[in-house]
Design a protein around this ligand. Structure first.
Ligand code: BES
Ligand code: MN
Ligand code: ZN
Length: 502
């Protein structure tokens, strides 16, 4: 993979490990214990207590204060964790991200991290969260730019603690989190590839490449004849005008063959969404990101295999390019989907639900799922309703919804549930077909998408639809993620699989 941004690596260090900078994350309210400050002071000739006494350390989480007065290091930086009692895992990630950006700007390739200030805060795995913040903040899409000669490719972070038994445990946590965030960055990398690089066939090649690099994953790709045999008129119609034909990409991870449990993850991968004949009049330039549901599924599959989770998972990615040619699908067309249901196309820009309908049907009929989660940049409406702070979730099972919400809070990939009441079905009634793909009024856009998909999933299978149109990419960047793809859903789902599917 081409280098994007700065790669952070982590290892336990000793007093003699050389580093240019000492990083000291510290909650400053209440004032840190003298014994702790004394311990870190011995590493840096009293620089930390000096910073604390001149009150240069700000209250805001992630505030940096630095001094050059120390023995072993060129600089010592205290990173504020604010109030100890209010500290959250996400604050730790934000603080780490702020330290990471500083290291990158200052071009510091070797840093020592004093971790006892983090572990004193009472959070679950604070050093792992710190690792996440640095690894995610280091990533930045830049591979198609001429390299600046002074760009920083990597930063080595060595971890320092007074308690060496503790160090070993922390090291395992850190290794896992780094692998997980590498999978998030892999998803972001794929998401950023423009439509002249990633079209359905090259996306399938990426999935094959992933399976080759991880013996625990198996990849199968269904194209033309196989899709016709399955009667997937939806996926075939949406992708007909694309640069390459549409396909269904399957990734299998079966570490417990004896178990019948299987979580199926379905992803929308429209490699570019022009809108088709209902052509987009605004926002088309960001539509390479319309494959983010699919790239999130790829990221999750990489993570579960690399982390060797003990649960069966199958990824199903519906890949197509929504484009225009003479034989592209058109408004007014009536399609018979794999499930047998007929759909009147009232808007070719509501293409995601069409390809997902066939993929959901495949998941349900062919893969014996215990549960199905789908990921899709499905509607601009979810952005209107919820903004960029959370994804919209529609779910036919209260328990699954609660569990996913809980995991989303833990990783700060928050989900907000919207209803799927039968009342909304009215909006997709069609005079000529079983249903239509887009309502004639602007009511409840994200829910109409969910209601449409619900037509293709049995009530007996717990299913959650995640509309990530507002969260899959950030326009301006945020404290942790630089501008562009976020890999939204990868960490949340891995957390879910660990807690509830293993
Ligand atoms: N890919 C878009 C949704 C989208 C919009 C994603 C903005 C990210 C940012 C989707 O295919 C689409 O065009 N949806 C339409 C649905 C409508 C025609 C019913 C929309 O939301 O406007
Ligand atoms: Mn569209
Ligand atoms: Zn789309």
């Amino acid at each position: 993979m081409a280098r994007n941004g700065t790669a952070f690596s982590f290892a336990l260090g000793t007093k003699s490990t050389r580093a240019d900078v000492l990083l000291v994350p510290l909650a400053i309210q209440p004032a840190p214990a003298m014994s702790a400050v004394n311990a870190v002071d011995t590493l840096c000739d009293g620089a930390v207590s000096e910073l604390l006494t001149v009150k240069a350390v700000g209250k805001d989480v992630g505030h940096l204060s630095q001094t050059t007065r120390s023995s072993g290091y060129r600089r010592v930086v205290v990173i504020s964790l604010g109030k100890a009692e209010a500290l959250t895992a996400h604050d730790v990630r934000k603080a780490a991200a702020s330290a990471a950006r500083w290291l990158i700007t200052e071009r510091v390739g070797r840093a020592a991290l004093w971790i006892d200030g983090l572990t004193a805060c009472g959070l679950d795995e604070p050093v792992a969260e710190w690792t996440a913040g640095m690894t995610l903040a280091g990533w930045q899409y830049a591979e198609r730019k001429e390299r600046k000669r002074d760009a920083l490719d990597s930063v080595r972070v060595t971890l320092h603690t007074r308690n060496s038994g503790h160090g070993k445990r922390v090291q395992a946590e850190v290794r896992e989190m780094a692998a997980l965030c590498d999978a998030v960055n892999y998803a972001r990398h794929l998401a950023h590839q423009p439509s002249n690089v990633i079209h359905p066939r090259t996306l399938a090649n990426e999935a094959r490449k992933l399976a080759r690099s991880t013996p625990r994953l198996k990849c199968t790709v269904l194209e033309g004849p196989a899709l016709r045999k399955l009667k997937m008129e939806g996926l075939l119609a949406v992708g007909r005008a694309g640069t390459t034909p549409p396909c269904l990409i399957l990734l299998d991870y079966k570490p417990v063959p004896r178990s019948r449990a299987n979580t199926v993850l379905v992803g929308k991968a429209i490699t570019f969404d022009t809108g088709g004949y209902s052509i987009k009049t605004a926002g088309m330039e960001s539509m390479k990101f319309d494959k983010c549901g699919g790239t999130t599924v790829l990221g999750i599959m990489k993570a579960v295999a690399d982390l060797r989770l003990t649960c069966n998972v199958t990824g199903v990615i519906a890949a197509a390019e929504n484009s225009i040619t003479g034989d592209a699908y058109k408004p007014g067309d009536i399609l018979t989907m794999a499930s047998g249901k007929s759909v009147e196309i009232t808007n070719t820009d509501a293409e995601g639900r069409i390809v997902l309908a066939d993929a959901l049907w495949y998941a349900q009929e062919k893969l014996k799922p215990t549960r199905i989660l789908d990921y899709a940049t499905l509607t601009g409406g979810v952005l209107v309703a919820l903004g960029t702070a959370c994804a919209g979730m529609m779910c036919n099972d209260d328990r699954l919804a609660d569990e996913l919400e809980e995991c989303g809070r833990a990783t700060h990939e928050r989900l907000w549930r919207l209803p799927l009441w039968d009342d909304y079905r009215e909006l997709i009634k069609s005079p000529d077909a079983d249903i239509k793909n887009s309502a004639s009024v602007r009511h409840a856009h994200p829910i109409v998408g969910g209601i449409f998909l619900k037509e293709f999933v049995s009530d007996k299978i717990p299913w959650a639809h995640l509309d990530i149109a507002g969260t899959a990419a950030t326009e301006n960047g945020d404290p942790v993620f630089s501008k562009g793809a976020t890999g939204f859903g990868v960490r949340m789902t891995v957390e879910y699989l660990r807690r509830y599917a293993s």
